[in-house]
Design a protein around this ligand. Structure first.
Ligand code: ADP
Ligand code: MG
Length: 362
């Protein structure tokens, strides 16, 4: 077998690039190639042909419901689980069967995995033994400050809450500035306010150190807020990869449309870029033909009071910055989000209008 190149790059012939030689190819740091994992005890594969790429300094979220194979995928990248099939390439090296400590990849476990006999500060300095002691302490203190634990350096892990232990684990992994850090639900034990603050701090820190990250989460809001790209997983497979904006605007399936935000699903008859629906002839975000299901976001629907309409408001939720209405129209129940302006009571007859492209689903 020929030797693998030191770094894998997306090669593009110079003549194919409109900018010629000056366009630099995006460097790929991590390539996950058709990983598969079956556990003896469980039926079917936990992870099935999962392929992913992570660029240098990029933050990728692995997003999906509980049990869809996120942790197993991450553990195979980190070397804590051996895949049945497939390869993991990191910085151009095949590391599929290397032990975790030989990979140079940081890991934050869902269950912390701190050393119980070491103080907080010693847990954080653990990976920094190559540095002179003063620098080691300085770096560890910087990390503890970042995760909001400056004053707790002398405590042992058992003297901390679960959330605090998670933050020590985060500080420990970040302290060695790995080129890639794997994070399994790192914010799940923090309260809501701390979670929002910490995730932005973590993003900032990864960006400033240039470390890439693969973050496992079941929280779509977290993935949308934090990641450069999202890989959505369902039942062991990656079903869509894209930027948060692409995934939100252009979900490929009903599963993705409903897992990330909320969607109304309409029936339609498509003809190229347009589709005939109960709401008239509407433009689509991509071409399709024949009978299709369509995703329509609640904020893409306009609602106007109209006493002659058969549709009426059957539910309402005021949320301050906007309000949600549930509108029954014959058999269909639609969910609509509108601004904080006019408020309509339950029972109001309304007309719905779709004011944007709708998305055909597979
Ligand atoms: P997620 O992180 O998305 O919640 P996991 O990767 O932990 O999902 O699990 C995927 C599937 O594999 C689940 O059905 C889970 O029960 C199963 N699984 C995970 N780890 C093991 C294991 N060590 N032994 C047996 N089954 C496992
Ligand atoms: Mg998990």
């Amino acid at each position: 077998m020929s030797e693998l190149p030191k770094t894998l790059t997306f090669r593009m012939p110079a003549e194919a690039s409109p900018l010629g030689y000056r366009q630099r190819p995006a460097k790929s740091l991590l390539e996950v190639d058709r990983l598969r994992k079956t556990f003896v005890q469980s039926e079917g594969a936990a992870v099935e042909r999962v392929s992913l790429q992570v660029g240098e300094g990029e933050l990728l979220a692995l997003l999906g419901p509980s049990g869809c194979g996120k942790t197993t995928t991450l553990r195979m990248i980190g070397g804590f689980e051996d895949p049945d099939e497939g390869r993991v390439i990191f910085e151009g090296r095949d590391i599929t069967h290397l032990p975790p400590e030989a990979r140079g990849i940081g890991f934050v476990f869902q269950d912390y995995a701190l050393f119980p006999h070491l103080s907080v500060i010693d847990n954080v300095t653990f990976g920094l033994r190559k540095l002179p002691k003063p620098e080691r302490i300085e770096r560890a203190e910087e990390m503890l400050k970042l995760v909001g634990l400056s004053t707790l350096g002398k405590r042992r892990p058992h003297q901390l809450s679960g959330g605090q232990q998670q933050r020590v684990a985060l500080a420990r992994a970040l302290a060695v500035s790995p080129k890639l850090i794997l994070l399994d639900e790192p914010f799940s034990n923090l309260d809501a306010k701390m979670r929002v603050e910490t995730r932005q701090e973590v993003r900032k820190l990864l960006k400033s150190t240039g470390s890439a990250g693969v973050l496992v989460t079941h929280d779509q809001e977290e993935a949308l807020a934090l990641a450069d790209r999202i890989a959505v997983m369902d039942r062991g497979r990656v079903v869509q990869v894209g930027t948060p904006d692409e995934i939100y605007r252009n979900p490929v399936s009903e599963f993705v449309a409903n897992f990330i935000g909320r969607s109304n699903i309409l029936r339609g008859n498509a003809d190229g870029m347009y589709v005939q629906t109960a709401f008239g002839n509407l433009p689509m975000s991509r071409a399709a033909n024949g009978a299709v299901n369509l995703a329509v976001r609640p904020e893409q629907i306009m609602l106007e009071p109209d006493p002659d309409s058969r549709a009426s408001i059957i539910g309402r939720e005021f949320r301050g910055h906007d309000q949600i209405y549930w509108v029954q129209d014959g058999e269909e129940c639609m969910i609509v989000i509108s601004g904080p302006g006019a408020q309509h009571p339950i029972g109001t007859h309304v007309r719905l209008r779709i004011c944007d492209c709708v998305v055909p689903l597979t």
